[in-house]
Design a protein around this ligand. Structure first.
Ligand SMILES: [Zn+2]
Length: 212
């Protein structure tokens, strides 16, 4: 396996933040959910201790728990934030939602570049294929590494569960289609790194996920 995948579990939402790097030491930070100062320092300490060079901030989607640390990461590493354009209404709602939830200290953030289905994001010696998997969020994307056989899947499919669709701009029907047509058509041994909870595989979920 070429990629080193480091997972952090951040904030009261227990959100999974991933740092992916390879032997070139270039890295991408995906869904930085670090909210407290301590969590931000934990992320930065890992990056400096491994001498990584973050080259991009990637968002599977932009619900509040996935963007708590995005402004911090952009500023600290002077990198651009990539997301799907269809998630812009979600992102623009985050500040308001933080107020509603009583979450202090959110720093608003803006996207720099957009990704869409079929795009290939390259860094170091690593290639991530982008798929568009709407449902849990309208501009939800996932990143597939075919060489190392894994998916950074965000909040679509979880170990034994699926993403919530009771938020604004969600669609249960779209989510089920995304999982069936985009996740379950991948090889069964592919590992899924989701936005919450533990890793799983496509094969395990096809067999055991109670929603299917
Ligand atoms: Zn979400």
């Amino acid at each position: 396996m070429k990629s080193t995948i480091k997972k952090f579990i951040f904030s009261p939402f227990s959100e999974n933040t991933y740092v992916i790097s390879d032997e070139t030491n270039e890295a991408v930070i995906i869904d930085p959910g670090c909210l407290s100062q301590t969590e931000k320092e934990t992320l930065a300490a890992y990056i400096s201790s491994k001498k990584l060079k973050p080259v991009a901030l990637l968002q599977t989607h932009t619900h509040l728990d996935h963007v708590f640390g995005s402004a911090f990461v952009k500023r600290k590493y002077q990198i651009e934030m990539y997301m799907h354009e269809a998630d812009l209404p979600v992102l623009s709602d985050v500040e308001m939602r933080c107020k509603t939830w009583g979450i202090p200290g959110f720093e608003p953030v803006e996207a720099d570049k957009f990704l869409k289905e079929g795009d290939v994001f390259k860094f170091g010696d690593t290639q991530l294929d982008v798929i568009w998997v709407p449902g849990h969020a309208p501009g939800h994307i996932a990143f597939i590494n075919h060489e190392d056989r894994y998916i950074i899947g965000g909040d679509c499919l979880f170990k034994g569960s699926i993403g919530r669709t009771d938020f604004p701009l969600c669609s249960h029907e779209d989510l089920m289609k995304s999982i069936k047509n985009k996740f379950f058509t991948l090889p069964e041994d592919y590992t899924l790194y989701a936005g919450h909870m533990d890793e799983t595989t496509i094969g395990f979920e096809k067999k055991h996920n109670p929603f299917f």
